[in-house]
Design a protein around this ligand. Structure first.
Ligand code: BGC
Length: 691
């Protein structure tokens, strides 16, 4: 797919391009010969296979639990694929490290950390005897009531891109990643049937770019199709999505697997559309596919193409070579520490009036910890992304551990409806921590979409009652998505969104409550004042239409004020941003805008701020969002320290998809870049032209 960036390119520019190409050719020489060798081996192996052996590799072996395997060809030394979920830890084995859910990690806005999480999960995948990790989930969170919203990284294309690419790059140091679910999967209750009608621009600009990045930038070995239909065809047999866009346009050279059971709906249409593997067992592939080849309905070249894709990745990931399985990496100290770091890094401080936080261990005598969730393991849904860690640190355990050795009495009130004696305890405490939120019974893959974004009336009342009893009430929220807070947000002075923070979450939360670290998470989604401020969520109809606008793009366009905007998050310290510099750089399609800004920690403790760059398109010839996130950088700063955040925005990221010419168009506009610390706090701005 070409980018139309119409500008004249003189002799000097042409020279630069030629020099760059020569450099690239030299650098790429080794790579090219390696690739050629790999392709030769793939061709030779596939030429040796019988049709039956080829077709056998195109469907799961019917394993009933992970690792779900896909046959190889033992006589040729072609190993099996062994797949495991993802994405909050490795599901194939008990006792693996359980990380915070994707939404919590999205809230870290820290791709470098996500790369390390990917590495750890990739290592544990191999140690658990698997070689394909069914992660990351990068579906765009169109509406926060989606039952699997917790698995993905948020509502924004750019954030999904950066986090998804980082995860895949990390995981693929050890195992293949299967990026899921292509495409437009964001309703749970009707997921097996719903037909998502989405116009071409919306599909291209809102629902696909992060998949493209995972394939092209991170080299994902595999892509999983979604259950739902897109524009009249089930994704597993959607020729437009799979063959035309993913394979032809994006030049994806890996293999496409269906989602489980109902993810494959036919033999011939699915095979012709480009589905390479039916999971987890041959229902439409297997014998039926053999027959279809023999009757001429599926050309043998299509089978060869599928098998070459599978064998190519097996060889590229050295699955044909013996590898030492190091089980000691599973839930190693390093991975548990990483899980704690990830938990801490995703927590978003939503409110902190009168410096209610952090709590000072030395100044505290009694701390009340209230709510049924305070001491309940609550780390996400019970669907395919669930894992079985050997322990889970609850918020209460994290708090008790953090004050062990200090003179603090922790009073635990493990109920959501207070009893009379509880009130005295709460009143007499120096501070009260209320843990509230959603649980696996409210929503999840096997439970369905959330019925409401509001907490249960008991939990809302609990927050209000505790806040009325104790002026230093701190609310810790657990959820994989947005919670509407209008009924109670005015009452407690401090609120932390801790998401489903994984098995080390209790320690991560305590680190922040007691100021051992400063919160530095930012919202990866919009928290609306009311659900009516969002686009409608229809999880009953057989057909739904997805429009171009959701999340912050929607509330901005409608002129609505969210409770907490996309990108928002407070800290214990303060920051200032200044000295915005914007310059265009690069060559040809690689043209970019470099945005740099000095970030200073103006407070008294160490902390991290996320410099966020949004772009607006004054005078665009097509309808655009008011602002779109196009780059960000998390900057860690000691008190008083200044660092320059440097954000590169490739011009191709500013293109819109022109439906009439079927090309991405970078308009010759006077673009405006807005820089700040949330989508509504953007004090610095400047113009630039796409030359
Ligand atoms: C889910 C996939 C998952 C698969 C295997 C399906 O129901 O949609 O995300 O990878 O099960 O567990």
């Amino acid at each position: 797919m070409s980018y139309l960036n119409l500008r004249t390119c003189g002799v000097a520019c042409a020279n630069v391009i030629v020099a760059a190409l020569i450099g690239l050719l030299a650098l790429g020489c080794d790579q090219t010969s390696e690739d050629a060798n790999l392709e030769t081996r793939v061709d030779e192996l596939v030429a040796e296979m019988t049709l039956e052996e080829k077709v056998a590799q195109m469907a799961g072996a019917g394993s009933e639990q992970a690792p779900y395997s896909v046959p190889g060809v033992p006589r040729l030394g072609i190993p099996t694929l062994e797949t495991t979920d993802g994405p909050r830890g490795v599901g194939a084995q008990q006792g693996t490290t359980q990380f915070p859910v994707g939404m919590a990690r999205g809230a870290s806005w820290d791709p470098e950390l996500e790369l390390r999480v990917g590495q750890a999960m990739g290592l544990e995948t191999r140690a658990a005897g698997a070689n394909v990790l069914l992660a990351p989930t990068i579906n765009n969170l169109r509406h926060p009531r989606w039952g699997r919203g917790q698995e993905t990284y948020g509502e924004d294309v750019h954030l999904l891109k950066r986090m998804g690419v980082a995860f895949v790059q990390g995981a693929q140091e050890h195992a293949m990643a299967s990026v899921k679910h292509l495409a437009a999967y964001s309703i749970q209750n009707t997921r097996f049937d719903v037909d998502v009608l989405v116009d071409e621009r919306t599909l291209r600009e809102i629902y696909l770019p992060h998949f493209r990045a995972a394939v092209q930038e991170a080299g994902a070995a595999s892509v999983m199709t979604a259950y739902n239909q897109v524009n009249g065809l089930y994704c597993g047999e959607n020729e437009y999505l799979v063959r035309q866009i993913l394979k032809d346009e994006w030049r994806f050279d890996g293999f496409v697997i269906s989602d489980w059971f109902l993810g494959t709906r036919s033999t011939v249409p699915a095979a012709l559309a480009g589905l390479d593997i039916e999971m987890p067992a041959p229902r439409f592939f297997g014998d039926a596919l053999l027959d279809a080849v023999e009757s001429g309905d599926v050309p043998p070249e299509r089978i060869d193409d599928a098998v070459k894709r599978i064998v190519r990745k097996k060889l590229a990931f050295n699955l044909d070579e013996p590898s030492a399985v190091d089980e000691s990496v599973i839930a190693s100290d390093a991975h548990l520490q990483l899980a704690q770091e990830a938990a801490r890094s995703g927590v978003v401080l939503l409110k902190n009036e009168g410096d209610a936080l952090p709590l000072d261990r030395q100044g505290l005598t009694r701390l009340a910890v209230v709510g049924s969730l305070a001491d309940t393991p609550n780390t996400g849904d019970t669907g395919s992304s669930d894992t079985s860690p050997s322990f889970i640190v609850t918020p209460l355990e994290g708090i008790e551990d953090a004050v062990a050795g200090d003179d603090v009495v922790v009073d635990h009130i493990g109920r959501d409806v207070l009893e009379p004696a509880d009130r005295d305890v709460i009143e007499q405490a120096d501070a009260a921590v209320v843990v509230a939120g959603f649980t696996a019974t409210d929503t999840g893959e096997f439970v369905g979409d959330l019925e409401t974004l509001a907490l249960s009336p008991e939990r809302e009342n609990l927050i209000k009652e505790v806040a009325a009893l104790n002026p230093r009430t701190i609310v810790v929220l657990q959820s994989g998505t947005a919670i509407t807070m209008g009924g109670w947000i005015a009452e407690p002075p401090a609120v932390l969104m801790s998401w489903y923070s994984g098995q080390m979450g209790g320690h991560g939360i305590a680190d922040l409550l007691f100021g051992d670290a400063s919160p530095a998470g930012k919202l990866p989604l919009t928290i609306p004042r009311s659900e009516t401020d969002l686009p409608p969520f229809d999880n009953e109809s057989e057909e739904v239409t997805y429009s171009y606008f959701h999340g912050y793009r929607h509330v901005d366009r409608e002129g609505l004020d969210p409770e907490f905007e996309f990108g928002f998050g407070l800290s214990y310290t303060t920051f200032s941003l200044d000295n915005l510099q914007v310059e265009t750089t690069g060559v040809g399609d690689e043209d970019a805008v470099r945005v740099s800004v000095d970030v200073t920690n103006t407070g008294t403790t160490a902390g991290a701020e996320v410099a966020q760059a949004y772009v607006s398109y004054p005078g665009s010839s097509v309808e655009r969002a008011n602002l779109e996130l196009k780059g960000f950088q998390k900057v860690f700063l000691e008190s008083g320290e200044t660092k320059t955040a440097s954000i590169e925005i490739p011009l191709r990221d500013l293109a819109y998809f022109d439906v009439s010419t079927r090309a991405w168009v970078i308009e010759p506009l006077e673009y405006r870049v807005h820089v700040g610390t949330s989508s509504r706090d953007l004090p610095l701005s400047d113009n630039f032209r796409a030359r």
